[in-house]
Write a protein that binds this ligand. Structure first.
Ligand code: HEM
Length: 557
């Protein structure tokens, strides 16, 4: 028996003893306290679902009502029942708060008091879109590599933990955060799969993102990039400012439409977002809130489906239906998703194909487009670095294929440095759960069954790994920057078996578009645009939100 059960047992025995000498009303109140303590004790033994709690609560109230019916008048019953419910909940939450703060296995790690007793602390921070900055500030103020950000959630900022948490052979599994992404459904897709399911699905995906496959997708990327540059030329020829981030979003969505559903979404051409993009951008924020309190997602199974989410699913279903007859004849990601896993011989069902194509579009679009905007922002905010990049790219006259892009070291350094400072997935994801026996790294023991995670934003701005961490210094990636410099702390695409499968495609898109924009235009902040507000306007909602980036583009002769 653990400390909690011993303490609770003692308290219950003492209360029962004193109840024998009390008047009946006090006995009812005492029973409510006892029921609350017993509920908490049961919580400790079993992992209850919210629906179980709701059921137990209704059953208790029904039982209470039947019992009271025989004891007192109708008005008296309602008042007494309300009073007993209040006593029950106050006792339950007090007991839970005391336990979490003083007895819980994560109690020794520093963190805000509210975070130690409730997940709603994190919910409010996520709601404000400030999770990445708040957690970084917590590490700084507590001077601790490990901070408590929820009753059983720890945030870690130390490079030595990356391998044990995320690397090959890790004993950690994906944390409860990912259960939230199910939103009441039982259909799993790559990202929220259990380890067994993830293994065969990931092999299919890996085949779709190896270097041979990426080369096959390159003509699609180059074509859509050409379309983007032409459109930008037309839109800016009279010197009008443009929100370039919006067009980057159209670009990445068009690519994902092309590679994931067999046909571009045609957003660059029309200059308008389709319903899917609007829904997804609203949905990611909502999703990040639900995932912060994963049991909320179970509740959604009981609510009528949101028509917008239904619309998104119908949209994906229609696209997949149109794409299916082409089979494996097209050089796109969908072709790979249609193939069977070479080891298990398993294949995706039609429903799973719809879910994966949707996930592909969500995972591959806003991440890449917010990165593109961020890179442009840092270039314009640092004219000397921008000039250096121009000097590298302008003399080059050939096509911007991956073979040539690899020859632009400064371009690659600029991209990495921008992603270091503002990673599109700052801290909202990447939660893992420690094995039941816990995990010890460098003599520090992380308790078992605890949600742990390392946020890219905080670790990539840690002065122990990057000298002058808040400054944009691409040179550090070329061995010419300030010390220290630790590549291992670069966590933009996560690490290990669950890391970003689309990383190479993302790099191809980033290199291609940035090289294209730098070669085709001279770019500057639009007059009146408050460049200083860019970093703060990026909110962390799983994928960071797209900030408004108003620029003037002048086509180069
Ligand atoms: C700059 C752009 C991108 C960034 C920063 C990024 C970042 C990440 C990160 C951090 C994860 C791991 C999340 C976790 O631990 O759960 C991830 C997973 C994933 N990403 Fe990306 N991503 C980018 C672009 C892409 C693209 C272009 C695609 C597809 C075309 C893609 C597809 C995926 C998929 C499918 C997963 C789930 C992998 C798994 O669970 O096995 N991502 N990404």
């Amino acid at each position: 028996m653990d400390a909690f059960h011993k303490t609770a047992g003692g308290v219950v025995a003492a209360l029962r003893e004193s109840a024998k000498h009390m008047p009946p009303l006090s006995q009812y109140q005492l029973s409510a306290v006892l029921a609350a303590l017993s509920t908490h004790a049961l919580f400790q033994l079993h992992e209850f679902q919210p629906m179980d709690v709701l059921f137990a609560f209704s059953a208790l109230n029904l039982g209470l009502r039947l019992f009271l019916d025989k004891q007192t008048t109708e008005t008296g019953i309602v008042v007494l029942q309300a009073q007993l419910n209040l006593i029950y909940f106050v006792s339950l939450f007090t007991s839970i708060a005391i336990y979490r703060r003083f007895l819980h296995r994560t109690r020794q790690f520093p963190g805000p008091f509210l975070a130690s007793i409730t997940k709603w602390w994190a919910w409010v921070v996520v709601y404000r879109g400030e999770y990445h900055r708040t957690v970084r500030a917590l590490h700084n103020s507590t001077k601790s590599d490990i901070v408590r950000v929820g009753p059983r959630e720890l945030d870690i900022c130390n490079v030595d933990f990356i391998g044990p948490l995320y690397g090959v052979g890790t004993k950690c599994i994906k944390g409860p955060w990912y259960e939230g992404t199910l939103m009441g459904s039982h259909h799993r897709f790559l990202q929220n799969e259990k380890p067994e399911g993830h293994l065969w699905k990931r092999r299919i995906w890996d085949a779709g993102f190896n270097s041979k496959s990426i080369r096959e997708y390159e003509p699609h990327v180059l074509r859509v990039n050409e379309e983007l540059l032409e459109k930008l030329k037309k839109l800016t020829k009279d010197g009008k400012p443009i929100d370039i981030g919006l067009y980057f979003a159209f670009f990445t969505w068009d690519i994902m439409g092309d590679l994931g559903f067999g046909e571009s979404f045609d957003m660059i051409n029309t200059g308008t977002a389709n319903d899917a993009m609007n829904v997804v951008q609203g949905f990611t924020r909502f999703n990040s809130l639900v995932c912060t309190i994963p049991w909320c997602s179970t509740l959604f199974a009981w609510f009528p489906k949101d028509p917008k989410a239904e619309g998104l699913f119908t949209f994906a279903k229609e696209r997949v239906k149109q794409r299916l007859p082409l089979g494996t004849t097209r050089d796109d990601i969908f072709t790979h998703l249609l193939r069977e896993d070479r080891v298990s011989k398993k294949k995706y069902s039609d429903l799973e194909l719809i879910l994966e194509s949707l996930m592909l579009t969500i995972g591959g679009s806003d991440t890449t487009s917010s990165s593109l905007a961020t890179i442009c922002y840092y270039l314009m905010a640092n004219p000397s670095k921008y000039a250096k990049l121009k000097a590298e790219i302008h003399p080059y006259d050939g096509p911007l294929t991956h073979l040539h892009l690899a020859k632009f070291p400064y371009l690659n350094a600029v991209i990495r440095e921008a992603l270091r400072l503002l990673p599109p997935i700052g801290s909202g994801m990447m939660h893992r759960e420690t094995p039941p026996e816990g995990l010890t790294v460098n003599g520090i023991h992380l308790p078992g069954n605890t949600s742990v995670g390392i946020g890219a934003y905080e670790i990539q701005r840690d002065a122990r790994y990057y000298g002058n961490p808040d400054e944009f210094i691409p040179e550090r990636w070329l061995g010419e920057g300030p010390e220290p410099f630790d590549r291992n702390a670069f966590l933009v695409f996560s690490y290990g078996p669950y890391s970003c499968v689309g990383k190479h495609l993302a790099y191809l898109e980033l290199c291609d578009v940035i090289a294209g924009v730098v070669k085709t235009f001279d770019m500057e902040f639009a007059p009146g645009y408050d460049a200083g507000s860019y970093e703060m306007s990026i909110k962390d909602s799983v994928v960071s939100t797209r900030a408004h980036l108003s620029v003037i583009l002048k086509a180069r002769a």
